[in-house]
Design a binder for this molecule. Structure first.
Ligand SMILES: [Zn+2]
Length: 154
């Protein structure tokens, strides 16, 4: 079973988004949708109000994603990632009759029946970072999740 990660940025919302009040469930996989730099820029340009949910800057966005992945993994979930793209989101919104996407629409995207490409998080420390920067994971986004586990989010 795959559940979706909330794009909202606090741990309580993550607990809620995975259901069961954070109950440890071995079988769950949480899907985290991240927006590559170009797509994040397009997303915010098109729907500025979504900046509150996905991060106003790409750095903020990937930092948020990395922390969420670490928190959800700590709850015993497997974490998979998929990249969002604005064209795909537009089709999704049209299919669902949505004109102005809300955070709930973002949580519903992508439609899992379309079999989006998912990759396991985290990458190996020396592998390319999941965010697409081209840097090694340990030198890119990984430092943002270190310290998350002991509750020091910021
Ligand atoms: Zn990165």
């Amino acid at each position: 079973m795959i559940v979706r990660m909330s794009p909202l940025n606090d741990a309580n919302m993550i607990h809620r988004s995975i259901g069961g009040g954070g109950v440890y469930q071995h079988s769950l996989t949480t899907l985290s949708v991240f927006w590559p730099e170009v797509e994040h820029g397009k997303l915010i340009a098109r729907w500025p109000h979504l900046a509150v949910d996905v991060g106003a800057t790409w750095d903020g966005h990937r930092r948020q994603i990395e922390r969420h992945c670490a928190l959800v993994e700590q709850l015993g979930h497997k974490v998979k990632q998929t990249a969002g793209d604005v064209d795909g989101l537009e089709i999704f919104l049209k299919d669902n009759g949505v004109k102005r996407p809300s955070v709930r629409d973002l949580q519903g995207y992508p439609d899992l029946r379309t079999q989006p490409v998912m990759v396991n998080w985290p990458p190996a420390r020396t592998a390319s970072c999941w965010c697409g920067s081209g840097r090694k994971y340990k030198q890119c986004c990984r430092p943002h999740s270190l310290g998350t586990i002991d509750g020091t989010i910021d």
